[in-house]
Design a protein around this ligand. Sequence first.
Ligand SMILES: NC(=O)c1ccc[n+]([C@@H]2O[C@H](COP(=O)([O-])OP(=O)(O)OC[C@H]3O[C@@H](n4cnc5c(N)ncnc54)[C@H](OP(=O)(O)O)[C@@H]3O)[C@@H](O)[C@H]2O)c1
Length: 311
Amino acid sequence: MANKKMITLPNGATFPANGFGTWKSEPGKVGAAVKKALELGYRHIDCAAIYCNEQEVGKVFAEVFGGDNPVVKREDVWITSKVWNSCGSKEEVVAACRRSLLDLQLDYVDLYLVHWPANWEHQGLPITETTMGSDADGKPLWSKTNTLQSKWEGMEECSRLGLAKAIGVSNYSSLILMDLLAYAKIPPVINQIEGHVYNQRPELRAVCEANNIHVTLYSVLGSGKEGPLQDPTVKAIADAHGVSAGSVCIAWALSTGCSVLSKSVTPSRIEENFAAEAVELAAEEVKQLDSLERGMIACNMNEYWGFPAHA
Ligand SMILES: NC(=O)c1ccc[n+]([C@@H]2O[C@H](COP(=O)([O-])OP(=O)(O)OC[C@H]3O[C@@H](n4cnc5c(N)ncnc54)[C@H](OP(=O)(O)O)[C@@H]3O)[C@@H](O)[C@H]2O)c1
């Protein structure tokens, strides 16, 4: 049975609210995880060039979408990819999108996102550990030429060329978003940001909503960090529903009206996370979960870049 909860974007496109992520899904595991997710009924898969696993994911897409009797029809799955920081000119963005399509074995992505509001030195494609635009220590080499505007022009070109059905951003703060809206000829439809019970982002969500930009929350389980999954309130509500803490975290995130991304390479957890969209939290439980806010940044790029990038 496929995802049931759907999101409708201002442009009329619809996609499943409960999506499946692929960050940190190791080579050799990510393909099996995506296959399991699609077989279970996930119809929303989140990819990115910087995850350095799009080729393995692409093999699974070719397998499940291919042949006379496909497991799933391509057009029934919402697939996202993202342009990495090292591609910031119009031409670099289009080339990056084409490269992701090649690796994913697709003709188009449903959604192409600017991964971060950042431009680093272009070091070629595909994106690997040595071509991601950083120095040998992993610290960003900032581009002296590319701007967020040139990057967005590349995104618009991907849309015009039909490489991406929709375009959007990720990790954009309110200020950068408002600036983008001033020059965008095609406005972004989505802002994908971190969000979970320990970091709920109400202000940024409100700005997005007021500007017709749908919000996708990532790292809804806390991205493997000590946090929401260990919280006593989350656990108590999980016990009351006979589900896991992870399911409660996903159900809370869905209750915000946002779409939601979680990731797992563990088959039992993939099943659990998929089933979480059926968990109905009572208003009082949502209120208790809302009170857990503490501004925890689970996905803190400062750890990787030595730069406070969080929006
Ligand atoms: N746009 C961006 O900048 C950005 C940033 C971060 C994430 N994302 C997207 O959002 C997706 C989800 O975020 P995330 O990967 O950071 O973190 P997450 O989904 O919050 O957490 C993943 C971690 O939780 C574990 N896990 C999964 N299901 C579980 C369950 N039911 N119970 C207990 N543990 C569970 C996973 O382990 P196992 O895999 O070992 O099971 C993994 O360690 C990413 O994969 C990516 O697609 C986007």
